[in-house]
Design a protein around this ligand. Structure first.
Ligand SMILES: [Zn+2]
Length: 136
């Protein structure tokens, strides 16, 4: 348990908030149809003034990223960073990779997961090292 003074309770605004570093299991459905259980960090915040507890709001995004990677795809944040490094708009990356621009946006936001074909095409277009889809 550690006390972070930059953190306030969302309910009573108290600064008496502690963060417990926990982990939880997430079941990932792989493109192959198999399932794989991965462990993700799940810090839990607790206010000692009012007793309420909540998850880190950033956590949902981190879990989505972990799931995308567990499925064998490039991390969405890596795709976005590489695209910007190449000074490409989503539209330009779409043209270069052959993946629809709406799909590129959704994949970067982790609204959806890239199919293995889309992942391959995006990696090729961005020069990201291909990773073999691990089926375990
Ligand atoms: Zn509180």
């Amino acid at each position: 348990m550690s006390v972070r003074d930059d953190c306030r309770c969302f309910r009573c605004k108290s600064r008496e908030v502690s963060v417990r570093r926990g982990r939880r299991s997430v079941t990932v459905l792989l493109p192959s149809g198999r399932r794989r259980v991965i462990e993700v960090p799940a810090p839990c915040h607790r206010c000692s003034a009012c007793g309420c507890s909540w998850q880190d709001p950033e956590q949902a995004r981190a879990v989505d990223e972990a799931v995308a990677v567990a499925r064998g795809g490039a991390a969405p944040s890596v795709i976005r960073a590489a695209r910007r490094e190449h000074r490409l708009t989503q539209r330009q990356l779409a043209r270069k990779s052959g993946v629809a621009v709406r799909r590129i946006g959704a994949i970067e936001r982790v609204d959806t997961f890239a199919t293995p074909d889309e992942d391959h095409a995006i990696r090729e277009a961005l020069g990201l090292r291909a990773r073999r889809v691990r089926v375990s």
